[in-house]
Design a protein around this ligand. Structure first.
Ligand SMILES: [Zn+2]
Length: 98
């Protein structure tokens, strides 16, 4: 049985398995700047983008890469010692560890 009032389970971030515990995602009633939906959580970490996207993006737009694509945004800085596809996933689809 699922509680219809409960928020949906968060998307899975392979390189940041518990973003709620780290405070990277926070509960919020804010409408996501990317998909326009209120999804119960926003990303509270740093955003490397031209637009001001602080506390403005939902975890789902972050996880599927749509926020990164739409705003040419990055969320995490990675050094050069990891494979390029991993760098892309971490930079563009992973909440930062702050
Ligand atoms: Zn969204």
């Amino acid at each position: 049985m699922t509680d219809p009032a409960a928020p949906p389970p968060l998307p899975y971030f392979p390189y940041h398995p518990d973003p709620l515990a780290t405070g990277s995602l926070v509960p919020s009633r804010t409408r996501c700047a990317c998909c326009g939906q209120r999804r119960g959580y926003v990303y509270a970490g740093p955003v490397y983008a031209v637009a001001d996207l602080s506390h403005a993006l939902c975890p789902w737009c972050l996880a599927d890469g749509s926020a990164a694509a739409r705003y040419e945004a990055q969320f995490t800085e990675v050094d050069g010692r990891v494979p390029a596809d991993v760098v892309r996933t971490v930079e563009q689809r992973t909440p930062d560890f702050t």
